[in-house]
Write a protein that binds this ligand. Structure first.
Ligand code: BGC
Length: 732
């Protein structure tokens, strides 16, 4: 009886919750409909325009982003203004407009706000969604406390080409893993409630295919078949939309011969109709105006016409909408319903952010002081930084350092550079970055620093003083890599090798006979064959942000045992690019004489996707397909025993790959379909179990329908995408 009562109570409660949600929704709809009715056509066009606040003029010389335009109701959103004081000023101008519609404030808060977090590609190396979500949570908290409502993140573009500098901003090459990271970031930024003063709207970008520019050149054309797009590039966008992302950004590139910004198939048919996306879509910077450069529009009016018809709701910075929408509607080239739909989508988000209730909701100086660069943010950044580090090579018993280590020769200007540790797309407070040099000193160890090489010219400098520092020290730590200005937007390269003189310096240091640890600080996969060959200990530390120094020290001294894995394949030479682990079998599979390979280079990369060592070692055994058709929807349970066989406790990312043995279309030789990060004490064994469901076994056809075909599948489990144990099972 008590159980029955409880059940009835629970049903009533959940009905109550549903009813409350519905009434909230109808309240919102009523409020927005009423507002739209009162708006002039000019005011509607204004809501669809985003201006850049911190720039006096936009790229095409307009300065309509002034407070005057805002007070006239001609602007819906402002980007690149931050800080409660500044934002208040802009919002006050909006409150002078006839209908007092509040502005939304957006900014590229990409990896931490004033507290710098690891670059997104580094964070992705953690293979730890909870930590990534927590990082995004604190990024959102800081940004919201500074008055912001919206970030242009996450970038979920899949990338197989490290020439493209923006790989630093994504989660790497894999659509399945990229989807998990996309969801973690969206949830972290948005929390459960957009109206909370510690959450901000996410913006999923760049829709679509921006990660595959031809020849790795940023902004270049993209060309891919629909099947290729659907299976390899689309999943993270879809996952992020399903996770409730509030906004999307269209990409600069064309897709199937139509620029994304005016691509009806992408924006309307796929995103808004097929995926039921109810947020709004913003263009990329100036990309409505750039439709003229793409040569699909003869002038700004045509650009506005094709973009709005395709479903692009808000125009960032260029001024095609504001100058032409009113006429386009009057001339009946654009229906008012199309404009109203875009306006409604934007106003809905303003409502959900709580801005109609209180336009100054996010403008609280005390909250700003409390949360921006708080101790808690730094703690989260440090933890994520430790987990982002990947141990690439470990020979000899140098790492982790003994707690009794007295002195270190620290070589290389990157070890002292605050700016470069912030990486590209950074909003961090550079002054508060703790460099490796500072962190080592704080540890109480004697640090004998020498510059080693010059960051501008990349030449070896003052080698005598480098030798002197080495003579005085027990071990050598040398930091090599890229400057922050070398990866990121507009930073494509034809050669991603670490500068040869930096590599030569490492060889010289190794020759001295002192134990050498190489730290690779960079924003993309790099090529460093000489170092790979000569150095016995290599840690990839990427660009880690404000807590770079302490995190690296914690790993060097073994306070944190490295657990990162590569989210992107590291090629051994430029000719291998684009490269990924998910290639297809082909009619002439490698290896073999007449097979898909090179005659002047191995096919194998320098380091495969999913690769990363630990101070301890792990053994995989006993891979089993436990059962077929266990539960409804579960087709197999796979189990494997993982044993910590080394000297330290440690974490391992157990990876599950699947191959569809025979299908109606060509399929990759393996695809990541699951992973679990486990923590194992030395000597212990854990049985790791994966459930395999339809979701892991299907693929998209060329019409973007998801299909699951019966037949044989091979499961592969291991610690990276190359070293795997295999078992077959059959889907009946
Ligand atoms: C980038 C976007 C960014 C926007 C606003 C563009 O150049 O491609 O990712 O959000 O600028 O800063």
């Amino acid at each position: 009886m008590r159980k029955l009562l409880l059940l009835v109570w629970m049903i009533l409660m959940s009905l109550g919750a549903v009813a409350q949600k519905m009434s909230e929704k109808s309240l919102k709809n009523g409020y927005i409909s009423n507002l739209i009715k009162r708006m002039t056509l000019e005011e509607k066009a204004g809501q669809l325009w985003q201006v850049a606040g911190s720039f006096a003029t936009g790229p095409d010389g307009n300065n309509l982003g002034s407070l005057k335009a805002i007070a006239e109701g001609k602007v819906g959103s402002v980007l690149n203004v931050s800080g409660v004081k500044n934002i208040r000023k802009y919002q006050e101008a909006a409150m002078q407009s006839r209908l007092k519609i509040p502005l939304i404030f957006g900014m590229d808060v990409i990896h931490g706000f004033r507290t710098g977090f690891p670059i997104p590609l580094a964070e992705a190396s953690s293979f730890d969604q909870q930590e990534i979500q927590k990082g995004a949570r604190w990024t959102g908290t800081e940004a919201a406390a500074s008055g912001l409502n919206w970030t242009f993140a996450p970038m979920v573009d899949v990338g197989w080409d490290a020439r493209w500098g923006r790989v630093m901003e994504g989660a790497g090459e894999d659509p399945f893993y990229g989807s998990q990271v996309a969801v973690a970031r969206v949830k972290g930024l948005q929390g459960d409630d957009l109206a909370s003063t510690n959450t901000i709207m996410a913006c999923v970008k760049h829709f679509a295919g921006y990660g595959a520019p031809i020849a790795g050149k940023d902004y270049n054309s993209v060309d891919m078949s629909m099947g290729h797009f659907a299976n390899f590039y689309m999943p993270p966008y879809k996952a992020a939309a399903e996770a409730g992302a509030a906004t999307f950004m269209s990409a600069f590139n064309d897709f199937n011969n139509i620029p994304s910004t005016a691509n009806n198939f992408l924006l309307r048919s796929l995103l808004k109709e097929k995926w039921n996306f109810n947020g709004f879509i913003v263009s990329d910077w100036g990309s409505v105006g750039e439709l003229i450069n793409h040569r699909v529009a003869g002038n700004k009016k045509e650009a506005a016409n094709i973009a709005i018809m395709a479903g692009l709701d808000m125009e960032m910075v260029s001024n095609c909408y504001i100058e032409n929408l009113v006429d386009l509607v009057k001339e009946k080239k654009v229906s008012i319903n199309v404009v109203d739909d875009a306006v409604r989508r934007i106003l809905n988000k303003k409502y959900e952010l709580g801005l109609f209730e209180d336009p100054f909701r996010y403008c609280d100086e005390n909250r700003e002081k409390e949360f921006v660069e708080s101790a808690k943010s730094r703690e989260v950044a440090r933890s994520l930084s430790e987990r982002s580090i990947v141990l690439l090579k470990k020979q000899e018993n140098i790492l982790p350092f003994s707690k009794n280590l007295k002195s270190v020769a620290l070589i290389g200007p990157l070890a002292k550079s605050k700016k470069d540790m912030c990486g590209a797309w950074s909003t961090a407070n550079v002054n508060n970055v703790i460099t490796l040099y500072d962190a080592m000193k704080n540890r109480g160890v004697q640090v004998n620093y020498a510059q080693g090489y010059d960051l501008e010219s990349n030449q070896i400098v003052n080698y005598d003083s480098t030798l002197l520092a080495i003579e005085k020290s027990d071990v050598v730590v040398v930091a090599i890599g890229e400057r922050a200005s070398e990866s990121g937007e507009m930073r494509s390269k034809t050669d991603i090798s670490i500068a040869l003189q930096q590599q030569e310096l490492v060889s010289k240091l190794v020759k001295t006979g002192k134990p050498v640890v190489v730290l690779l600080m960079c924003g993309r996969p790099v090529i460093f064959n000489e170092v790979r060959d000569k150095a016995s200990n290599i840690l990839l530390t990427w660009w880690l942000g404000s807590e770079a120094g302490p995190a690296i020290c914690n790993v060097l001294w073994g306070d944190y045992n490295p657990s990162g894995k590569l989210p992107m394949t590291f090629p051994r030479n430029m000719g291998q690019i684009p490269i990924n682990y998910q290639y297809k079998s082909t009619g002439r599979p490698y290896p073999g004489d007449w097979s898909a390979k090179y005659i002047d280079s191995p096919v194998e990369p320098a380091y495969p996707f999913g690769y990363g060592l630990s101070y301890t070692t792990f053994k995989y055994s006993n891979l089993k397909v436990i059962s077929d058709n266990l539960n409804k929807g579960t087709h197999a349970k796979i189990s494997v025993d993982v044993t910590n066989t080394g000297q330290y406790d440690g974490e391992e990312v157990v990876q599950l790959y699947i191959r569809d043995e025979v299908a109606s279309v060509t399929r990759p030789i393996k695809e990541l379909k699951g992973f679990q990060k486990i923590n194992l004490k030395k000597g212990n064994t854990q049985t790791v179990v994966f459930d395999i469901t339809d979701n892991q076994l299907g693929f998209y056809d060329n019409n973007i329908n998801y299909i699951v075909e019966k037949g044989d599948f091979t499961v592969m489990v291991g610690g990276d995408s190359e070293n795997l144990s295999m078992k077959k099972f059959n889907l009946k």
